[in-house]
Write a protein that binds this ligand. Structure first.
Ligand SMILES: Nc1ncnc2c1ncn2[C@@H]1O[C@H](COP(=O)(O)OP(=O)(O)O)[C@@H](O)[C@H]1O
Ligand SMILES: [Mg+2]
Length: 348
Protein backbone atom coordinates (compact mmCIF):
# COMPACT_ATOMS: atom_id res chain seq x y z
CA UNK A 1 0.00 0.00 0.00
CA UNK A 2 1.08 3.54 -0.61
CA UNK A 3 2.62 5.61 2.08
CA UNK A 4 0.69 8.61 0.84
CA UNK A 5 -1.85 9.54 3.42
CA UNK A 6 -4.81 11.85 3.42
CA UNK A 7 -4.23 13.08 6.91
CA UNK A 8 -0.84 14.63 6.31
CA UNK A 9 -0.22 18.31 5.77
CA UNK A 10 -2.45 21.31 5.66
CA UNK A 11 -3.15 21.96 2.02
CA UNK A 12 -5.69 19.44 0.82
CA UNK A 13 -5.66 20.91 -2.72
CA UNK A 14 -2.31 19.28 -3.38
CA UNK A 15 -3.11 16.01 -1.67
CA UNK A 16 -3.29 12.76 -3.50
CA UNK A 17 -4.43 9.45 -2.18
CA UNK A 18 -4.76 5.88 -3.36
CA UNK A 19 -7.99 5.72 -1.41
CA UNK A 20 -11.44 6.92 -2.33
CA UNK A 21 -12.38 6.80 1.34
CA UNK A 22 -10.05 6.92 4.31
CA UNK A 23 -11.23 7.14 7.90
CA UNK A 24 -9.26 7.36 11.07
CA UNK A 25 -10.99 6.52 14.34
CA UNK A 26 -14.33 7.76 13.05
CA UNK A 27 -16.82 7.62 15.89
CA UNK A 28 -20.43 8.56 16.51
CA UNK A 29 -22.03 8.67 19.90
CA UNK A 30 -25.71 9.57 19.85
CA UNK A 31 -27.17 11.12 22.98
CA UNK A 32 -30.84 10.94 23.74
CA UNK A 33 -32.27 14.39 24.20
CA UNK A 34 -34.11 13.88 27.48
CA UNK A 35 -32.12 11.36 29.47
CA UNK A 36 -28.77 12.33 27.89
CA UNK A 37 -27.87 8.65 27.67
CA UNK A 38 -25.01 7.95 25.31
CA UNK A 39 -25.18 5.31 22.60
CA UNK A 40 -22.19 4.42 20.48
CA UNK A 41 -23.41 3.79 16.92
CA UNK A 42 -19.94 3.75 15.32
CA UNK A 43 -16.96 2.98 17.53
CA UNK A 44 -13.81 4.55 16.12
CA UNK A 45 -13.68 3.04 12.65
CA UNK A 46 -10.45 3.12 10.68
CA UNK A 47 -11.04 2.03 7.11
CA UNK A 48 -9.33 2.40 3.73
CA UNK A 49 -11.27 1.98 0.51
CA UNK A 50 -8.90 1.66 -2.48
CA UNK A 51 -9.74 3.64 -5.61
CA UNK A 52 -11.50 1.41 -8.15
CA UNK A 53 -12.62 -1.18 -5.60
CA UNK A 54 -16.07 -2.57 -4.95
CA UNK A 55 -16.20 -2.30 -1.19
CA UNK A 56 -19.00 -3.83 0.88
CA UNK A 57 -19.77 -2.73 4.43
CA UNK A 58 -21.76 -5.59 5.81
CA UNK A 59 -23.69 -5.66 9.07
CA UNK A 60 -27.02 -6.41 10.73
CA UNK A 61 -29.64 -3.70 10.93
CA UNK A 62 -28.48 -1.22 13.54
CA UNK A 63 -24.78 -2.09 13.16
CA UNK A 64 -23.94 1.51 12.26
CA UNK A 65 -23.54 1.35 8.46
CA UNK A 66 -25.82 4.26 7.61
CA UNK A 67 -24.34 6.41 10.38
CA UNK A 68 -20.89 5.67 8.97
CA UNK A 69 -21.71 6.82 5.43
CA UNK A 70 -23.62 9.83 6.71
CA UNK A 71 -20.48 10.89 8.56
CA UNK A 72 -18.48 10.51 5.34
CA UNK A 73 -20.93 12.81 3.60
CA UNK A 74 -21.21 15.25 6.51
CA UNK A 75 -24.90 14.52 7.01
CA UNK A 76 -24.02 13.38 10.55
CA UNK A 77 -21.33 15.09 12.59
CA UNK A 78 -18.68 12.68 13.92
CA UNK A 79 -18.12 12.67 17.68
CA UNK A 80 -14.45 11.94 17.05
CA UNK A 81 -12.09 10.90 14.29
CA UNK A 82 -11.57 12.02 10.71
CA UNK A 83 -12.61 11.07 7.23
CA UNK A 84 -11.33 11.98 3.82
CA UNK A 85 -12.56 11.44 0.27
CA UNK A 86 -9.87 11.09 -2.40
CA UNK A 87 -7.41 12.59 0.05
CA UNK A 88 -9.55 15.60 0.87
CA UNK A 89 -10.99 16.25 4.32
CA UNK A 90 -14.62 15.11 4.27
CA UNK A 91 -15.67 18.26 6.11
CA UNK A 92 -14.82 20.34 3.03
CA UNK A 93 -17.77 20.74 0.73
CA UNK A 94 -15.54 20.24 -2.32
CA UNK A 95 -14.66 16.72 -1.13
CA UNK A 96 -18.21 15.62 -1.96
CA UNK A 97 -18.12 16.78 -5.57
CA UNK A 98 -16.80 13.45 -6.95
CA UNK A 99 -19.35 11.47 -4.89
CA UNK A 100 -22.72 10.08 -5.99
CA UNK A 101 -25.00 8.95 -3.16
CA UNK A 102 -28.02 6.70 -3.09
CA UNK A 103 -29.51 7.00 0.40
CA UNK A 104 -31.27 4.18 2.20
CA UNK A 105 -35.07 4.26 1.85
CA UNK A 106 -34.96 7.28 -0.41
CA UNK A 107 -38.28 8.90 -1.24
CA UNK A 108 -38.38 10.93 -4.42
CA UNK A 109 -41.46 13.14 -4.81
CA UNK A 110 -43.90 10.88 -6.67
CA UNK A 111 -45.29 13.67 -8.89
CA UNK A 112 -41.93 13.75 -10.70
CA UNK A 113 -41.44 11.78 -13.88
CA UNK A 114 -38.23 9.75 -13.96
CA UNK A 115 -36.61 12.21 -16.36
CA UNK A 116 -37.92 15.18 -14.36
CA UNK A 117 -36.40 13.82 -11.18
CA UNK A 118 -33.01 13.33 -12.84
CA UNK A 119 -33.20 16.83 -14.27
CA UNK A 120 -33.94 18.25 -10.81
CA UNK A 121 -30.98 16.48 -9.16
CA UNK A 122 -28.70 17.29 -12.10
CA UNK A 123 -29.58 20.98 -11.70
CA UNK A 124 -28.86 20.75 -7.96
CA UNK A 125 -25.37 19.51 -8.72
CA UNK A 126 -24.79 22.46 -11.04
CA UNK A 127 -25.05 20.77 -14.45
CA UNK A 128 -26.08 22.87 -17.44
CA UNK A 129 -29.47 22.21 -19.10
CA UNK A 130 -27.77 20.82 -22.22
CA UNK A 131 -25.56 18.47 -20.20
CA UNK A 132 -28.53 17.29 -18.18
CA UNK A 133 -30.56 16.53 -21.29
CA UNK A 134 -27.79 14.41 -22.78
CA UNK A 135 -26.98 12.66 -19.53
CA UNK A 136 -30.61 11.79 -18.76
CA UNK A 137 -31.01 9.91 -22.08
CA UNK A 138 -27.72 8.10 -21.46
CA UNK A 139 -28.58 7.13 -17.89
CA UNK A 140 -32.17 6.04 -18.50
CA UNK A 141 -30.75 3.66 -21.06
CA UNK A 142 -27.98 2.49 -18.72
CA UNK A 143 -30.48 1.56 -15.98
CA UNK A 144 -33.01 0.05 -18.42
CA UNK A 145 -35.66 2.76 -18.00
CA UNK A 146 -35.45 4.31 -21.48
CA UNK A 147 -39.18 3.90 -22.09
CA UNK A 148 -40.12 5.13 -18.60
CA UNK A 149 -38.58 8.61 -18.56
CA UNK A 150 -41.92 10.39 -19.04
CA UNK A 151 -43.86 8.23 -16.58
CA UNK A 152 -44.55 9.50 -13.09
CA UNK A 153 -42.50 7.86 -10.34
CA UNK A 154 -45.57 6.68 -8.45
CA UNK A 155 -46.04 4.04 -11.17
CA UNK A 156 -42.52 2.65 -10.69
CA UNK A 157 -41.85 -0.69 -8.99
CA UNK A 158 -39.34 -0.88 -6.12
CA UNK A 159 -36.65 -2.24 -8.45
CA UNK A 160 -37.29 0.57 -10.95
CA UNK A 161 -37.10 3.17 -8.18
CA UNK A 162 -33.75 1.81 -7.08
CA UNK A 163 -32.45 1.91 -10.65
CA UNK A 164 -33.69 5.46 -11.02
CA UNK A 165 -31.97 6.25 -7.73
CA UNK A 166 -28.79 4.83 -9.17
CA UNK A 167 -29.18 7.04 -12.25
CA UNK A 168 -29.69 10.02 -9.91
CA UNK A 169 -26.47 9.19 -8.07
CA UNK A 170 -24.63 8.92 -11.41
CA UNK A 171 -25.87 12.18 -12.97
CA UNK A 172 -22.68 14.19 -12.47
CA UNK A 173 -20.35 11.27 -13.37
CA UNK A 174 -19.05 10.63 -9.86
CA UNK A 175 -15.78 8.82 -9.21
CA UNK A 176 -17.18 7.33 -6.00
CA UNK A 177 -20.64 5.85 -5.68
CA UNK A 178 -21.96 5.42 -2.13
CA UNK A 179 -24.96 3.12 -2.07
CA UNK A 180 -26.89 2.48 1.13
CA UNK A 181 -28.77 -0.84 0.85
CA UNK A 182 -29.16 -0.52 -2.93
CA UNK A 183 -31.21 -3.68 -3.39
CA UNK A 184 -33.26 -3.65 -0.20
CA UNK A 185 -36.80 -4.73 -1.00
CA UNK A 186 -35.90 -5.62 -4.61
CA UNK A 187 -36.68 -9.10 -5.97
CA UNK A 188 -33.84 -11.43 -7.08
CA UNK A 189 -34.16 -10.58 -10.80
CA UNK A 190 -34.11 -6.87 -9.94
CA UNK A 191 -31.06 -7.41 -7.75
CA UNK A 192 -29.22 -9.05 -10.57
CA UNK A 193 -30.15 -6.19 -12.89
CA UNK A 194 -28.71 -3.66 -10.41
CA UNK A 195 -25.59 -5.77 -9.96
CA UNK A 196 -25.05 -5.92 -13.73
CA UNK A 197 -25.35 -2.14 -14.00
CA UNK A 198 -22.84 -1.66 -11.17
CA UNK A 199 -20.42 -4.16 -12.69
CA UNK A 200 -20.47 -2.12 -15.89
CA UNK A 201 -19.48 0.97 -13.91
CA UNK A 202 -16.48 -0.49 -12.16
CA UNK A 203 -14.93 -1.25 -15.55
CA UNK A 204 -15.03 2.51 -16.08
CA UNK A 205 -13.01 3.05 -12.89
CA UNK A 206 -15.81 4.11 -10.54
CA UNK A 207 -15.24 3.14 -6.90
CA UNK A 208 -18.32 1.61 -5.33
CA UNK A 209 -18.93 1.59 -1.60
CA UNK A 210 -22.07 -0.22 -0.62
CA UNK A 211 -23.79 -0.80 2.69
CA UNK A 212 -25.69 -4.02 2.95
CA UNK A 213 -27.22 -6.40 5.47
CA UNK A 214 -27.24 -9.09 2.76
CA UNK A 215 -24.32 -11.50 2.83
CA UNK A 216 -25.02 -12.78 -0.66
CA UNK A 217 -25.04 -9.29 -2.15
CA UNK A 218 -21.62 -8.46 -0.77
CA UNK A 219 -20.23 -11.89 -1.54
CA UNK A 220 -21.27 -11.88 -5.19
CA UNK A 221 -20.44 -8.28 -5.96
CA UNK A 222 -17.68 -6.86 -3.78
CA UNK A 223 -13.94 -7.36 -3.93
CA UNK A 224 -13.36 -5.87 -0.48
CA UNK A 225 -15.46 -6.42 2.59
CA UNK A 226 -15.67 -5.03 6.09
CA UNK A 227 -18.04 -6.51 8.65
CA UNK A 228 -19.50 -4.14 11.20
CA UNK A 229 -20.91 -5.43 14.47
CA UNK A 230 -22.50 -3.09 16.96
CA UNK A 231 -20.40 -0.22 15.62
CA UNK A 232 -17.14 -2.18 15.74
CA UNK A 233 -15.16 -3.49 12.81
CA UNK A 234 -15.23 -7.28 13.18
CA UNK A 235 -13.27 -8.08 10.05
CA UNK A 236 -11.90 -6.37 6.99
CA UNK A 237 -10.07 -7.58 3.93
CA UNK A 238 -9.81 -8.40 0.29
CA UNK A 239 -12.52 -10.88 -0.59
CA UNK A 240 -10.14 -13.11 -2.56
CA UNK A 241 -7.77 -13.44 0.41
CA UNK A 242 -10.63 -14.11 2.80
CA UNK A 243 -12.16 -16.73 0.58
CA UNK A 244 -8.97 -18.60 -0.19
CA UNK A 245 -9.36 -20.47 3.05
CA UNK A 246 -9.45 -23.52 0.86
CA UNK A 247 -9.53 -27.06 2.03
CA UNK A 248 -10.30 -30.57 0.89
CA UNK A 249 -13.13 -32.54 2.45
CA UNK A 250 -12.45 -36.28 2.49
CA UNK A 251 -15.14 -38.81 3.35
CA UNK A 252 -13.94 -42.22 4.52
CA UNK A 253 -15.74 -45.47 5.34
CA UNK A 254 -14.60 -48.64 7.11
CA UNK A 255 -12.75 -46.56 9.64
CA UNK A 256 -10.99 -48.82 12.16
CA UNK A 257 -9.21 -47.61 15.30
CA UNK A 258 -5.91 -47.08 13.52
CA UNK A 259 -7.59 -45.01 10.77
CA UNK A 260 -9.43 -43.03 13.43
CA UNK A 261 -6.13 -42.12 15.11
CA UNK A 262 -4.61 -41.16 11.75
CA UNK A 263 -7.56 -38.91 10.93
CA UNK A 264 -7.35 -37.23 14.33
CA UNK A 265 -3.71 -36.41 13.61
CA UNK A 266 -4.32 -34.96 10.14
CA UNK A 267 -7.70 -33.28 10.10
CA UNK A 268 -8.49 -29.62 10.70
CA UNK A 269 -12.15 -30.53 11.28
CA UNK A 270 -13.83 -33.91 11.68
CA UNK A 271 -17.47 -34.95 11.55
CA UNK A 272 -19.09 -38.37 11.80
CA UNK A 273 -21.87 -38.83 9.26
CA UNK A 274 -23.76 -42.12 9.69
CA UNK A 275 -21.26 -44.87 8.86
CA UNK A 276 -18.63 -42.49 7.46
CA UNK A 277 -16.15 -39.97 8.79
CA UNK A 278 -15.87 -36.64 7.01
CA UNK A 279 -12.77 -34.58 7.66
CA UNK A 280 -11.01 -31.56 6.19
CA UNK A 281 -7.34 -31.00 5.42
CA UNK A 282 -5.98 -27.64 4.31
CA UNK A 283 -4.23 -28.53 1.01
CA UNK A 284 -4.47 -31.02 -1.89
CA UNK A 285 -0.97 -32.29 -0.99
CA UNK A 286 -2.11 -33.16 2.50
CA UNK A 287 -5.24 -34.72 1.03
CA UNK A 288 -3.07 -37.07 -1.04
CA UNK A 289 -0.95 -38.03 1.96
CA UNK A 290 -4.05 -38.66 4.07
CA UNK A 291 -5.56 -40.84 1.38
CA UNK A 292 -2.37 -42.95 1.13
CA UNK A 293 -2.08 -43.60 4.86
CA UNK A 294 -5.80 -44.25 5.32
CA UNK A 295 -5.91 -46.74 2.46
CA UNK A 296 -2.86 -48.48 3.91
CA UNK A 297 -4.77 -48.66 7.20
CA UNK A 298 -7.66 -50.46 5.49
CA UNK A 299 -10.14 -47.57 5.25
CA UNK A 300 -12.18 -46.91 2.10
CA UNK A 301 -12.05 -43.46 0.53
CA UNK A 302 -15.61 -42.55 -0.41
CA UNK A 303 -15.23 -39.00 -1.72
CA UNK A 304 -12.69 -36.18 -2.03
CA UNK A 305 -14.12 -32.69 -2.53
CA UNK A 306 -12.15 -29.43 -2.73
CA UNK A 307 -13.91 -26.50 -1.01
CA UNK A 308 -13.58 -22.78 -0.54
CA UNK A 309 -15.17 -21.20 2.46
CA UNK A 310 -17.91 -18.72 1.73
CA UNK A 311 -18.32 -15.33 3.33
CA UNK A 312 -21.11 -16.89 5.35
CA UNK A 313 -18.68 -19.50 6.72
CA UNK A 314 -16.28 -16.73 7.69
CA UNK A 315 -19.06 -14.70 9.24
CA UNK A 316 -20.17 -17.68 11.29
CA UNK A 317 -16.58 -18.35 12.27
CA UNK A 318 -16.08 -14.85 13.65
CA UNK A 319 -19.43 -14.58 15.37
CA UNK A 320 -20.25 -18.13 16.35
CA UNK A 321 -23.72 -17.56 14.87
CA UNK A 322 -25.76 -20.51 13.75
CA UNK A 323 -26.10 -21.29 10.07
CA UNK A 324 -29.89 -21.14 10.37
CA UNK A 325 -29.74 -17.49 11.31
CA UNK A 326 -28.11 -16.75 7.98
CA UNK A 327 -30.38 -18.98 5.95
CA UNK A 328 -32.08 -16.06 4.21
CA UNK A 329 -28.71 -14.62 3.35
CA UNK A 330 -29.07 -11.94 5.97
CA UNK A 331 -26.66 -11.10 8.71
CA UNK A 332 -27.92 -12.63 11.95
CA UNK A 333 -28.75 -10.44 14.94
CA UNK A 334 -26.02 -8.56 16.70
CA UNK A 335 -26.43 -10.19 20.09
CA UNK A 336 -23.31 -12.36 20.18
CA UNK A 337 -19.94 -10.98 21.01
CA UNK A 338 -17.19 -11.29 18.45
CA UNK A 339 -14.99 -14.28 19.07
CA UNK A 340 -11.66 -12.52 18.89
CA UNK A 341 -9.67 -15.72 18.70
CA UNK A 342 -11.59 -16.99 15.71
CA UNK A 343 -11.39 -13.58 14.09
CA UNK A 344 -7.63 -13.40 14.16
CA UNK A 345 -7.49 -16.39 11.86
CA UNK A 346 -9.09 -14.52 8.97
CA UNK A 347 -8.18 -10.95 9.68
CA UNK A 348 -5.76 -9.36 7.23
N1 LIG B 1 -30.30 10.09 14.92
C1 LIG B 1 -30.13 9.08 15.76
N2 LIG B 1 -30.27 9.24 17.09
C2 LIG B 1 -30.07 8.22 17.96
N3 LIG B 1 -29.72 6.96 17.57
C3 LIG B 1 -29.59 6.73 16.26
C4 LIG B 1 -29.78 7.77 15.28
N4 LIG B 1 -29.55 7.24 14.06
C5 LIG B 1 -29.24 5.94 14.25
N5 LIG B 1 -29.26 5.63 15.56
C6 LIG B 1 -28.95 4.33 16.16
O1 LIG B 1 -27.62 4.00 15.81
C7 LIG B 1 -27.50 2.62 15.52
C8 LIG B 1 -26.95 2.45 14.13
O2 LIG B 1 -27.92 2.83 13.19
P1 LIG B 1 -27.64 2.83 11.64
O3 LIG B 1 -26.40 3.59 11.39
O4 LIG B 1 -28.87 3.29 10.95
O5 LIG B 1 -27.36 1.28 11.38
P2 LIG B 1 -27.50 0.39 10.05
O6 LIG B 1 -27.47 1.32 8.87
O7 LIG B 1 -26.34 -0.53 10.11
O8 LIG B 1 -28.80 -0.32 10.13
C9 LIG B 1 -28.90 2.04 15.68
O9 LIG B 1 -28.99 1.46 16.95
C10 LIG B 1 -29.81 3.23 15.57
O10 LIG B 1 -30.98 3.04 16.32
MG1 LIG C 1 -28.80 1.52 7.34
Amino acid sequence: MSSRCAFKGENSESMTSDYAIETDGLQKIYRTRFTGRAFTAVAGLTLRVPIGSKFGLLGANGAGKTTFVKMLLSAVRPTAGRASLFGRDAQEEESRRPVGYLPENHRFPTYFTGAGMLDFYGALSGMSAADRKRRIVELLELVGLETWGDVRIKKYSKGMLQRLGLAQALMHKPRLLVLDEPTDGVDPAGRRHIRDILNGLTGAGVTIFLNSHLLSEVETFCDYVAILRQGHLALEGKMSSLLTKQGVVITVRDVNEQAQRLIAGMASTTRVVEDAVEFTVPTPLEANRSIDVLRAAGATIYSVIPTTSSLEDIFIEITGSSRNAGARGEIPGAEETVAAAAMSGVHQ
